[in-house]
Write a protein that binds this ligand. Sequence first.
Ligand code: PAF
Length: 285
Amino acid sequence: MQKVTSVKALRDIVQQWKQQGLCIAFVPTMGNLHAGHIKLVTEAKKKADRIVVSIFVNPTQFGVGEDFKSYPRTEELDQELLNAASADLLFLPTVLEMYPQQSKTVVSVADLSQSHCGAHRVGHFDGVATVVAKLFNIVQPDLAVFGEKDFQQLLVIKQMVKDLNMAIDIIGVATERESDGLAMSSRNAYLSKQQRLVAVQMYLSLCKAKESVLSAEQGMSTTESQQQKCLENFGFKVDYFSICRNDNLQQATDTDEQIVILVAAKLGSTRLIDNICFNRNPTIN
Ligand code: PAF
């Protein structure tokens, strides 16, 4: 795997590949890679000739008091994992390389960026959309791969790509889970042993909510508040537990079929998110 830190060096390599007619996939990350990230690389390899991975802890998507400074940085280990996964090119820019001057441009995807995590992390999705747009302009991939664990982020990026006529296929990959069901996340490393045991309750509450929606035994808002209460009893501080349409994250109604249940909650100072996506009526097309 080649490694570059400058935009120019990256562009030179990608340009050569493009001249050879190769299909290029891009996997943007913030590092501290785990099996979930490696799955993104593996999926990318099924669809493209060359895989570019970026590791950049993007300051503009962190709010005041969030974990930008303490975000785990494990570049050597990350490189070993990417080598083993046969990634072709690693882009490791500094903050100065990505933001060399005071930027005046922000990419903001209206509506989708304001609800759920956007309401609790104001400006977060503007930071994400802006850095992903910059990375897309730098790498110019044919396709880019993102985890479905960050479901709202995936929708924001799909909308941005559509609105800005970016000729990039956005591929979502199913969440990789620990053996007990906890969604893999770099932030799981912040959990104490005790918190780690409790953390799985988040996934279990999503599964219970899914069962309740499928059985239609009670209204969806009752299910939401029941599961929120259940998580609070385990010590979570819940930002939201919402049953939504999976295309626009509007509150789901009884006639909606494509459902995503989204949850975000803090255990101590660690903020975790997860979701479960399903069709309420799988037999009807
Ligand atoms: O999902 C992430 O790791 C980040 O939000 C991303 C997409 C790499 C942008 O910084």
